[in-house]
Every structure is written in C-alpha cells, then in structure tokens.
Ligand binder design. Structure first.
Ligand code: JB9
Length: 132
C-alpha cells in the first residue's frame, strides 16, 4: 500500500503538493483525494500500461464505494522515471491538478467542501508532501 494521510482539513483554494518519482518500470499510479477511501472527490490515475490503457490519465470519483463515470484525459505529460510535483486544489465546482506543463480539471461531483483524505498508490515513490 502507498502513502495515506487522514484527518486533513484542506479547504477550497488551498493546495496539496505531492512531490515524488515515477518508477522506471511504472505501469500506473494514482493520487486519491476526498473524505476517505470510499468517498473520493478525485481519483487521478495515470496509466502507462494497465487495464488495457496505454499512456492515459483516467480520472473518476467514488461515492460510498461506487465508482462514477470515468473521464479520460487527452494529454499524458508523464514519462517513466520522471521526478514530478503534482498540485491539487479544488473549489465548489471542480478539482484542479496542476503539473509543471499541464493542468487538468475534474468536476466536484460530490460537492465536497473539504478534503480530509489523501492516498498515493502504485508505481510512484513519494518524496514530500506540502500543504499551502
Ligand atoms: C473495459 C472493461 C470495463 O471497463 C474497465 O473497468 C475497470 C474496472 O472497473 C476500470 O478500471 C478501474 O477504474 C477505476 C477508475 O474508474 C480505478 O482506476 C480502478 O482501480 C482501483 C485501484 C487502485 N488501486 C491501487 C493502484 C493504483 C495504481 C497502480 C497500482 C498498482 C501498480 C501497478 N503496477 C504494477 N503492477 N507494477 C495500484 N488498485 N485498484 C480500476 O480497476 C477500467 O478503467 C475500465 N476501462 C474502460 C476502458 O472503461
């Protein structure tokens, strides 16, 4: 299992910065934010080669353990072995995932007003997390 942070109180406009390294043989990784593991505002899941997807970011929400509708992004700004910093923020309308050269939006389907839970899973080695 990866890094899990609970008891957070991240409010709209604040940033969660996750710094780390994508493994050189990564098949995929995921950054999950929300209330807890069953209630996610955003499952941000870059897939290098898994579940039949190649170089595709799959985003989704999860409500009481049930996945929502997937949203596949056009861009894939990741490479094996990359050292990256992912900044996640949100407001009442949407979550934003900022990378150095790309930005992704995902609707705040659950109308969440704070992020209490962060989990990083898969082929990603977390170096640091910062809240600002
Ligand atoms: C076409 C057939 C039916 O349609 C498919 O149906 C699958 C099951 O519902 C969906 O897949 C599901 O999609 C969900 C989002 O919607 C989650 O991502 C979920 O994963 C949850 C999950 C996370 N985690 C931890 C984790 C996260 C990232 C990497 C690793 C492991 C590293 C891999 N490295 C190795 N092995 N070296 C582990 N485990 N499970 C995934 O199973 C597919 O997208 C979907 N595909 C399409 C095109 O529609």
């Amino acid at each position: 299992k990866g890094l899990v942070v609970t008891q957070l109180d991240v409010e709209p406009g604040e940033c969660i910065k996750v710094k780390g390294k994508i493994q050189s043989d990564a098949k995929g990784f995921a950054v999950n934010v929300g209330k807890d593991s069953s209630t996610l505002m955003l499952h941000f899941n870059p897939r290098f080669d898994c579940h039949g997807d190649v170089n595709t970011i799959v985003c989704n929400s999860k409500e009481d353990g049930v996945w929502g509708e997937e949203d596949r992004k056009a861009d894939f700004p990741f490479q094996h072995g990359d050292k990256i910093e992912i900044c996640i923020s949100f407001d009442e309308a949407e979550a934003t995932v900022k990378l150095p050269e790309a930005e992704f939006k995902f609707p705040n389907r659950l109308g969440m007003e704070k992020i209490e839970y962060l989990a990083v899973e898969g082929d990603f080695k977390v170096k640091a997390i910062k809240f600002s």
